[in-house]
Design a protein around this ligand. Structure first.
Ligand code: CA
Length: 229
């Protein structure tokens, strides 16, 4: 799961970003000031992208950006700027940011920008694998994150997509609910195992001919689930 640093001092904006990143299958690492952000980067060298707010209580977001680049880190950087800070975009791009998002932004805009930058940086670990995973009537496209059944596009949430990807990459393998939880939601997610069941139930409604008699995504009693096709 890709780690994304979220530097934002306003709690409500930070949790908005964190929730939406998590929903899209990322693992957010939070920081509420510039020094904390640099510290988190040191602790998590596998962070692939940083979202940096500009106005902060200690050092500003541009300075954080400058210091990240000074360390030679090639992670993606997106500045979060306020509408009135038109000039910030220029400053941000000059200090080494890759992109900027103007506040307020929608969840869709946020994930679109993050996805686009990750693709551009080529850090997407899907790149080395085949773009299409096929299994029975299903075709999962990992580039545009879509699923088709008998050539019909099925509408999946990001979590459902990640579940399908996990199962289709491990055909016939019994997966425990703990494994599924950590693979899809990330290790830092303190969710309940019931989360897995709820999402599997919803996914079955979309992919199974008869969700009460699942044929593809089968239950392994007392353990978890299996892609049985
Ligand atoms: Ca701020």
């Amino acid at each position: 799961m890709k780690k994304i640093l979220v530097l934002e001092d306003e709690d409500n904006i930070r949790s908005f970003v964190v929730i939406n990143l998590r929903r899209s299958g990322f693992e957010p690492i939070e920081a509420d000031c510039g020094t904390a952000a640099l510290e988190k980067l040191k602790q998590n060298p596998d962070i692939c992208l940083a979202l940096l707010d500009v106005m902060l209580p200690d050092i500003d977001g541009f300075e954080v950006c400058r210091r990240i680049r000074a360390q030679g880190l090639k992670i993606g950087i997106i500045m979060l700027t306020a509408k009135s800070q038109e000039i910030d975009k220029v400053t941000g791009l000059m200090t080494g940011a890759d992109d900027y998002i103007t506040k307020p932004f929608s969840p869709a805009e946020l994930t679109a920008r993050v996805d686009a930058l990750i693709r551009r940086l080529g850090v997407d670990d899907d790149d080395q694998k085949p773009v299409e995973l096929k299994s029975g009537p299903f075709v999962l496209n990992t580039r545009n994150r879509t699923l088709e059944k008998n050539n019909q596009r099925l509408k999946l949430t990001q979590i459902e997509y990640l579940l399908m990807k996990l199962f289709m990459e491990n055909p016939g393998k019994a997966m425990s609910r703990e494994d599924i939880l950590s693979a899809v939601w990330g290790n830092s997610f303190n969710g309940e195992l019931k989360t897995v069941d709820v999402n599997i139930r919803r996914l079955r409604m979309k992919i199974e001919d008869d969700p009460t008699e699942p044929e593809f995504l089968t239950t392994v009693w007392g353990y978890g689930y299996k892609w049985g096709y």
